[in-house]
Design a protein around this ligand. Structure first.
Ligand SMILES: NC(=O)C1=CN([C@@H]2O[C@H](COP(=O)(O)OP(=O)(O)OC[C@H]3O[C@@H](n4cnc5c(N)ncnc54)[C@H](O)[C@@H]3O)[C@@H](O)[C@H]2O)C=CC1
Ligand SMILES: O=C1O[C@H](COP(=O)(O)O)[C@@H](O)[C@H](O)[C@H]1O
Length: 267
């Protein structure tokens, strides 16, 4: 990717994980509605590459996408219990605004931060907690219909559908990453579900790197590490994107301490 990459929501947890891992691999333009601390910017990124704007501000978004080759769209309300007015504005209207501006500017690819909560209602009483355990064979693979956990999950499923629409009508490559549970340094502690969908920082950066480098049309993939416990398949991410995760929550105790022989994720 020779052209700049616009990263929305750059100041958040996922944005920081991406920039810590691949901050020097791309020519970034960073957008967030909150100012970004200068000392947190990757080498080569200056304050001129930072846009402080809301993704629902169409004019600001149009200026931000001008000249970029790809967009990684993270900005939005990440709270599973977020109210409808917030997800409608920040997640649905914001995503449509960025997609529309991207196609009008001739952007080639769009990477969307979707969520496990787009499909959380597959975790039925009958299936849980067995599906969170190592020997259970239940898998979602990205081809299933959304079954959101909450209105936040509805907004993420809607973002995936908006991506499909702009892909089909405007020749935009779109990758939707249903991110599991990103935590730094260790999997979520004493949380079976979280350990089954853990995404380490280094695997997160690598996955988004693959989304920026691989050739694809429209993809929905799961963004988790290669955990022994899993109910999301990572095969599509391997095949379509060349994802090769290095971490596994099984390398940690249930309390989140590295097991002796493990090589912990220190990214
Ligand atoms: N952290 C996780 O484990 C997961 C995150 N995600 C998704 O990844 C994305 C990033 O999540 P996090 O980094 O965890 O959240 P975060 O809250 O740490 O970061 C979000 C960033 O987006 C910015 N932002 C929010 N609304 C905005 C708007 N309207 N305009 C411009 N900037 C705005 C915030 O200022 C913040 O810096 C979200 O879309 C979230 O739904 C999905 C699944 C799991
Ligand atoms: O989409 C998201 O999912 C993660 C994991 O969900 P949880 O229900 O296990 O907490 C969540 O931490 C994150 O904030 C959210 O954006």
């Amino acid at each position: 990717m020779d052209d700049p990459v616009l990263l929305t929501g750059a100041g958040g947890r996922v944005g920081r994980a991406i920039l810590a891992g691949i901050g020097e691999a791309y020519d970034w333009r960073l957008l967030d509605r909150e100012p970004l601390a200068a000392e947190r910017l990757p080498a080569g990124v200056t304050t001129e590459d930072v846009v402080v704007a809301d993704v629902t501000d169409e004019e600001a978004v149009r200026r931000a996408v001008d000249g970029v080759g790809a967009v990684v769209h993270l900005a939005g309300d990440p709270r599973p219990n977020a109210p409808w007015d917030s997800v409608l504005a920040n997640n649905i209207d914001g995503t449509r605004t960025v997609l529309a501006a991207a196609v009008d500017a001739g952007v080639d690819r769009f990477v969307f931060a979707s969520s496990n909560h787009a499909v959380g209602a597959y975790e039925t009483e009958d299936r849980t907690p067995d599906m969170y355990r190592k020997d259970d064979e239940f898998r979602l693979n990205g081809s299933e219909l959304p079954r959101p956990s909450n209105l936040y999950g509805v907004s993420k499923a809607t973002g995936e559908t908006l991506g499909r629409y702009y892909h089909d009508h405007h020749d935009l490559s779109v990758a939707c990453v249903r991110i599991g549970n990103l935590t730094k340094g260790h999997p979520p502690r004493e949380y079976e579900r979280g350990q089954a969908m853990w995404l380490s920082h280094r695997d997160c950066a690598h996955l988004f790197d693959r989304c920026l480098a691989a050739d694809y049309e429209y993809e929905i993939v799961y963004g988790i590490s290669d955990n022994d416990r899993k109910y999301y398949s990572i095969e599509r991410a391997r095949e379509a994107l060349g994802y090769d995760p290095q971490d596994n929550s099984a390398a940690y105790t249930f309390g989140g301490e590295p097991k002796e022989e493990a090589e912990p994720d220190s990214a």
